[in-house]
Design a binder for this molecule. Structure first.
Ligand code: NAP
Length: 243
């Protein structure tokens, strides 16, 4: 078994974790899915591309024998998290989930939680101007919306988009002032987001509160049963250093 830690990444937390582990003298390999055309890379060594499901990841773990895996993928990246849980169990590899907390409403917020992107599309079907910030994947859930739809994503969605779409390609973080200006410019009357949590994309929620706009949030998928989890990069570093 080597001293290397595999960080399943694709998030700001994963990049921070890689940097902090390297600074603490831990050998780190970060793994990215390869979904984004021009990803922001973490410090240290990086591999890109899927493993081939839980079995492929289990094979990889058997061949490379990392001392631990930290799954720091996005809260909605449920497939890789499920793969990590199964592959770690099958190979006896220590596994930790690093997942930032979800958002909590504040006074003045008008939030509605739904279980899926399809549920979000249903919730906003009667709105005139919808701001969809749920990302490139799954954008097709909104294809039948009849009104104006502002779709923001890092890369263009592959799915068909609503007829009244304005596509905005942009990568956060965004400022509250810019979010307010954007929502005003497009006369947005409802915002749709995943409950991603974190500060990178939180400004849209503050902007919606300031403008008195409702927000529809897609609930997170549950973690695999029994998966140990921490909420901060600092706790993940401590866990790795104690191993
Ligand atoms: P997903 O549905 O859980 O994963 C789909 C497949 O992509 C996985 O089965 C795996 O392929 C591969 N994969 C995902 N993350 C990987 C990683 N870090 N390293 C190697 N392979 C990976 O994930 P997703 O929602 O498509 O997200 C893909 C990536 O984008 C993740 O790294 C995630 O952190 C990041 N991201 C996702 C979102 C989001 O809203 N979902 C937002 C921001 C960033 P194999 O089965 O072949 O191993």
């Amino acid at each position: 078994m080597t001293g290397r830690v595999l960080v399943l990444g694709g998030t700001g937390e994963a990049r921070r974790l890689a940097g902090e582990l390297l600074a603490a003298g831990v050998d780190v390999l970060s793994s990215l899915a390869g979904r984004v055309a021009d990803p922001v890379l973490p410090a240290g060594e990086v591999r890109i591309g899927g493993f081939g499901g839980p079995e492929g990841l289990a094979d990889w773990l058997t061949r490379h024998r990392p001392r631990a895996v930290v799954d720091a993928t996005h809260p909605f990246a449920a497939r890789i998290t499920g793969s990590a849980a199964r592959a770690a169990a099958a190979t006896g590899t220590p596994l930790l989930r690093l997942q930032r907390p979800g958002w909590t409403p504040r006074p003045g917020d008008s939030w509605r939680f739904v279980d899926s992107l399809a549920g979000a599309a249903e919730a906003v079907a009667g709105c005139r101007s919808v701001f969809v910030t749920t990302g490139r994947q799954g954008a097709g859930a909104f294809a039948a919306l009849p009104g104006r739809v502002l779709v923001r994503a890092v890369d263009p969605p592959d799915d068909p988009l609503p007829a009244g779409t304005t596509l905005l390609l942009a990568r956060g973080p965004f400022s509250v002032a810019d979010e307010v200006a954007l929502m005003r410019a497009h006369a947005v009357d409802v915002v749709v987001t995943k409950d991603s949590g974190g500060q990178m994309t939180e400004a849209k929620l503050t902007a919606a509160r300031e403008l008195g706009l409702p927000v529809v949030l897609v609930r997170r998928p549950p973690l695999p049963p029994g998966m140990p989890a921490v909420a901060t990069v600092e706790d993940a570093v401590t866990w790795v250093l104690r191993r």
